[in-house]
Design a protein around this ligand. Structure first.
Ligand code: ADP
Length: 382
């Protein structure tokens, strides 16, 4: 609501009416302009107005930022289409977009409400923005377009998430395909030459690949449970040392290259037994997988400062200090581990971390390249 200004009694009535009206109009305009500025600065989208020659005559702070300028003033001073010098503009198929394909130009050429989704890659820094641009034309009294208003919606985040999902699906399919192909091959061989000695070897290989498939499928299911908040804990009281000893026995059956050595302290915990078993299996599988020369693996269960601490130490390829933190992130696979040497999706440690943290515990690693790694996890005692 615009309040009228108080009247000045000294001014004659006719003058008063006239002046009040112009003051009212001025005040109304000022308020409207202020409101408009507040709206434009807070919409989140970048907004520009260009004249028929492409010169920007209005912009909000978001527009200045996207165009790589420090201030709106700097953007307004810049020559028309300055952004073309800074960015490589392509479509979703990486095809370059020409200036006449940009919505602003198309709007001026008479097209109604043109829009475009474009990838802007900064030529110097390589930073990528995915922008959805819409333009509308404002026509003058002579019915000719004299201004174009463009709104630029930054969808970089959702585009990157989409890309991450597609990459994940691609990797998961690849990881599932590898053991399936091997299984198919081994079964074919078994069908051709079913001699007893030959069969034993092939059946062991089939067992390995089936185990790998089950682990992968379970990991994928857990990721989906974690992302939808459906991975709950089923807590019970149990002897942690017993569970660790049984798991170590079970894993020892799977390797004759490695010697699993356990030092155990009797500890009672209240936790999700199956989920902690899963964390331990992940750590033991990695210890075996990433120490291909096959040596001892030392497992220990201790009690310290109100925590139960389980550790798994291997003497394998080790992990560079720079990776110690990010190794627990989703889909992290170290590039210096060639993909074919150590298959995996980079999910095991991420799932383990989520499980341990759901127990209000911690998971961490101590490791040195080429010397081996020790993974620890701790959960609070009751
Ligand atoms: P995956 O083994 O399926 O790739 P993980 O999440 O279990 O996934 O591990 C992530 C990455 O951490 C692995 O790709 C590997 O590079 C590294 N890593 C995990 N455990 C060890 C270990 N014991 N020794 C060396 N590197 C390891």
């Amino acid at each position: 609501m615009i309040k009228p200004k108080s009247r000045n009694p000294i001014i004659s009535p006719s003058k008063t009416v006239k002046q009040t009206t112009s003051l009212d109009t001025e005040e109304a305009l000022r308020i409207t302009r202020n409101q408009l500025e507040v709206i434009l600065e807070n919409v989140g989208d970048a907004i520009t107005a260009q004249d028929a020659g492409g010169k920007i005559i209005f912009a909000n702070a978001q527009a200045a930022k996207l165009a790589g300028h420090r201030s709106i003033k700097a953007l307004l001073k810049s020559p028309p289409f300055d952004y073309l010098k800074k960015y490589l503009i392509t479509d979703e198929q990486e095809k370059p977009i020409r200036l006449d394909q940009m919505p602003g130009r198309r709007a001026l050429a008479g097209e109604k409400d043109p829009q475009l989704l474009a990838k802007f890659t900064h030529k110097k820094t390589g930073v990528i923005y995915w922008l959805k641009i819409k333009s509308i034309t404002i026509f003058g009294r002579d019915k000719k377009p004299y201004m174009v208003i463009s709104t630029i919606h930054d969808i970089t985040e959702s585009k990157l998430a989409e890309q991450e999902k597609a990459d994940f699906l691609n990797m998961a399919s690849h990881e599932l395909k590898t053991p399936l192909t091997s299984l198919w091959m081994f079964i074919q061989l078994l069908a051709k030459k079913p001699t007893a000695e030959h069969s034993k070897n092939l059946l062991e290989k089939i067992q390995d690949q089936t185990r790998r498939l089950i682990k992968l499928t379970n990991d994928l299911l857990d990721i989906s449970r974690l992302e939808t908040g459906k991975l709950g804990l089923n807590k019970e009281r149990f002897e942690l040392d017993k569970m660790v000893a049984e798991t170590v026995d079970e894993m020892q059956q799977l390797t004759n290259k490695h010697r699993l050595i356990l030092s155990n302290m009797k500890i009672m915990v209240r936790a999700d037994k199956f989920r902690l078993y899963q964390v331990l299996v992940n750590l033991l599988t990695n210890a075996i997988k990433y120490s291909p020369a096959g040596e001892k693996i030392i497992i220990s269960v201790i009690r310290s400062k109100g925590q139960a601490i389980v550790s798994v130490q291997d003497f394998g390829i080790g992990i560079d200090l720079s990776h110690h933190k990010n190794i627990f992130n989703k889909l992290i696979r170290l590039s210096d581990n060639p993909e074919n040497t150590y298959p995996g999706l980079g999910l095991g440690l991420y799932i383990s971390k989520e499980i341990v943290e759901k127990h209000h515990g911690k998971i961490w690693v101590e490791s040195e390249k080429n010397k081996g790694s020790t993974f620890f996890f701790s959960i609070p005692l009751e």
